[in-house]
Design a protein around this ligand. Structure first.
Ligand code: C2E
Ligand code: CA
Ligand code: CA
Length: 729
């Protein structure tokens, strides 16, 4: 490639880069217009100048002709031809007149300005002269080079025509004239251009400057600064554009503010919300030089808030939340003003600003720098508790709530926001479980790993119930004489997101202790009745036994809820059996009767679970509304070698027979156990010999295929024989 094309390409590039600009286009336009105007001007000027010149030549010719004609009168009258000839020669010598001639028709003499000729010479008359002689009027003829005029010479007194005068006046050459006109105009144009182009550039720049300012403002706005000033104080179109622009930005700013508010502000308390809290934590967990900041999270859950909400309504609940929010914010502000716990010197700037947020419901949280000693943190947590527990006045009503606070510190108690918040939540739970209205530090509860595990499990179970992680399985009950399925026991399972399917052994106790058993029981009953109804609709009447805890029965509203569930799901009451453990004997018999009465009336039956383990007096049990015993699996498993177990089972069966109780033997794992039970009159059995508990679809298939288990082995794959106490399901 040669040098030239590269230079050309470069030039074109520069021109293209230059031309898109408004100001360059404007300058180019003005210069173009100016040049076009100059050309038109030159044309017009040329035309006018030419016409002027022509008129001037004609009027010169006329004036000179008239002069010559007047001059000739006395000379023609007196025949002074020689004098006239000299005068004509002198006229021609001036240079303007090319040729002058007088003709005397009386003597046919022609006198002219040519010094080489004489009036004696015979000459032919000029055509114009002849015409004047014919017509007696002036005659004019123009050519490119000259203007010729012929006119009569008349006697001043009589007016008789004495002769003719002819004058030829030279014209300026057109080319030379045009050249001078063009030259002049081009010089003017160039001079004007030299002044005009910089002025145009100046105006163009001035014109473009507000647009540039507008562009600059737009860039600033798009980089997030909505306060960029706009050049709006103009009356022209740019001013209109700028105002439209400013209004648009204002609308966007308002919308952004609204979006920000929706995303980051809690609508009830106007405090930052959970997301805002998370971002604040994450933004401040790292200090200068990549070193982690010590960050403290205080998780605050109100005690007894639900009661306020339920008894006084949501308006009062919201007002209470607002008041609590104000108090927490005020406490934080005071702390910021006076220094942490009043000890920290005011001029030592904290690593970051503390923040209080509402995480949702009755949960608040505070995040603050934790550079101070633990004692100060404890003091602050106490202050929080105190500030919440002060009675509140809402619409004339005095109310009181408490605060259970869990405290965790980054990076000691967790490696990120999620872990810190979760551990603060666990600590809060510990505070709540130990009476509430106090603060617990995660570090302190962690040392007791068992307690910690239980607390964590409880927190997780609470979530599991909300997320429908609780499912059910079915274990068949078999009539050993007919070898048919006479029902199934419904057993709870927890489909844990991390630990897989969990058996009740690892969560029922926690559920009982925490009171979550009520919700868990309701969920199991609901699932069982729904499934029972599905089977019923498919033509299979499957009696179902559902476990209920004594704590459930003691809850007010238990009876109604069971009846409502039956009503709602359409599962018949007579197909439902409720299993209650023998501990029921320890409960208040009156309360139990009151709860079970309507259920019995509806057709529900009751079974005593784990019978034989509770040392309860038979006389006492007899007063309770049960018609089935379930022999605990510990006796069944002891049948093979343990004499004691054999006698207990025999006794229970004999007693059941005399009292007309039905008996179900649990945990039957071998043919021998089954044989012993049958010999002693127990017909219904349940255990791995027949089947393990299984989900509904597998239960259906199993029940359809079930025949006599004589040839069958004990239910295979039983890795955990005693799954009732183990955890894996
Ligand atoms: P349970 O009512 O005595 O239930 C029988 C338990 O024995 C079940 O354990 C069952 O899987 C197990 N099992 C059945 N056959 C055999 C066998 O042949 N060998 C052995 N070793 N075990 C057998 P699971 O499902 O782990 O339940 C444990 C306990 O959890 C239940 O004992 C019951 O007291 C409680 N439970 C289960 N679901 C619920 C529920 O929905 N509500 C309440 N309140 N308690 C429940
Ligand atoms: Ca049971
Ligand atoms: Ca049992």
């Amino acid at each position: 490639m040669g040098e030239t094309p590269r230079v050309v390409t470069k030039l074109v590039g520069i021109l293209l880069a230059w031309l898109p600009g408004l100001s360059s286009r404007f300058v180019l336009l003005v210069a173009g217009l100016f040049l076009a105007l100059s050309v038109v001007m030159i044309m017009v000027a040329s035309y006018l100048d030419l016409r002027d010149e022509e008129q001037r030549a004609v009027s010169d010719a006329k004036a000179i002709g008239a002069t010559v004609s007047r001059l000739a009168v006395p000379h023609l009258t007196n025949h002074h031809y020689l004098i006239l000839e000299q005068e004509l020669e002198s006229i021609a010598a001036s240079g303007v007149v090319e040729f002058a001639q007088v003709y005397d028709p009386a003597r046919t003499v022609t006198i002219d300005s040519d010094p080489d000729t004489s009036y004696f010479d015979e000459t032919e008359n000029h055509a114009l002269v002849r015409e004047v002689l014919d017509t007696g009027h002036d005659q004019l003829r123009q050519t490119r080079e000259r203007v010729e005029i012929a006119l009569p010479v008349r006697d001043m007194v009589s007016g008789d025509m004495l002769g003719t005068a002819l004058v030829s006046v030279k014209r300026m050459p057109v080319n030379g004239m045009l050249l001078s006109i063009w030259g002049r105009n081009i010089v003017i144009t160039l001079v004007l251009l030299v002044f005009c182009v910089p002025v145009t550039i100046h105006f163009a720049e001035n014109f473009v400057r507000p647009i540039n300012a507008l562009t600059q403002a737009a860039h600033t706005v798009s980089s997030g600064n909505f306060d960029a000033p706009f050049p709006v104080d103009r009356k022209d179109e740019i001013g209109v554009l700028a105002r439209a622009y400013r209004d648009m930005v204002a609308t966007i700013r308002n919308n952004m503010a609204r979006i920000h508010e929706l995303a980051y502000v809690d609508p009830v308390t106007r405090l930052p919300n959970r997301e805002s809290f998370r971002q604040h934590f994450n933004a401040n967990m790292e200090g200068a030089g990549g070193k982690p900041n010590r960050v403290c999270v205080l998780f605050i859950d109100l005690d007894r808030f639900k009661r306020v909400n339920d008894s006084y309504g949501h308006d009062h609940g919201d007002a209470l939340l607002k008041e609590v929010a104000t108090r927490l914010q005020r406490l934080l502000d005071t702390r910021a003003r006076d220094g942490a716990a009043g000890k920290e010197s005011v001029d030592r700037k904290p690593a970051f600003a503390p923040l209080v947020a509402r995480l949702g419901g009755d949960e608040f949280a505070v995040v603050l720098p934790a550079e101070m000693p633990m004692e100060d943190l404890r003091l602050f947590a106490e202050q929080l508790v105190q500030c919440v527990e002060q009675p509140l006045e809402i619409s004339g009503l005095t109310m009181a709530v408490g605060a259970s606070i869990g405290v965790s510190v980054y990076p000691d108690d967790g490696e990120d926001y999620t872990a810190i918040l979760k551990n603060a939540d666990i600590a809060m739970y510990a505070a709540k479980r130990t009476g509430g209205n106090r603060a617990c530090f995660y570090q302190e509860i962690e040392s007791d790993s068992h307690a910690h595990e239980r607390i964590r499990l409880e927190a997780e179970l609470k979530i599991a119930l909300l997320r429908d992680e609780i499912t059910i399985v079915f274990q068949p009950k078999i009539d050993c004489t007919s070898m048919s399925v006479v029902g199934a026991e419904v057993l709870a399972r927890w489909n844990h997101p991390d630990r897989g399917l969990l058996s009740p052994g690892c969560f029922i106790d926690v559920a009982e202790e925490s009171g979550l058993i009520t919700r868990l029981g309701e969920r199991v009953l609901d699932l069982a009745c729904r499934q029972g109804r599905v089977w019923l609709d498919a033509g299979q009447r499957m009696p179902l036994a559902v476990n209920v805890s004594i704590r459930q029965i003691e809850q007010p509203g238990f009876t109604t809820r069971v009846l409502e569930t039956l009503d709602f799901t359409g599962f018949p009451a007579e197909l439902l059996q409720l299993e209650v453990t023998e501990t029921v004997a320890m409960a208040d018999p009156e309360q139990v009767s009151e709860a079970t009465g309507p259920l019995l009336k509806a057709g529900i039956t009751f079974a005593i679970d784990d019978f034989g383990t509770g040392y309860s007096s038979l006389a006492h049990l007899q007063r309770l509304p049960f018609n089935t015993f379930k022999i605990d699996q510990s006796f069944v498993s002891g049948l093979a070698g343990d004499h004691h177990s054999r006698s207990i089972v025999k006794t229970i069966l004999a007693m059941a027979k005399s009292l007309r109780y039905e008996v179900v033997a649990e945990g039957v794992e071998t043919i021998d156990q089954q044989a012993f039970l049958m010999e002693n009159g127990c017909t219904t059995a349940q255990g791995f010999l027949f089947a393990r508990p299984m989900p509904a679809d597998r239960f259906e298939a199993w029940a359809a295929a079930f025949t006599r288990p004589q040839g069958a082995q004990a239910d295979p794959a039983s890795p955990d024989r005693n799954s009732a106490s183990g955890c894996a399901a």
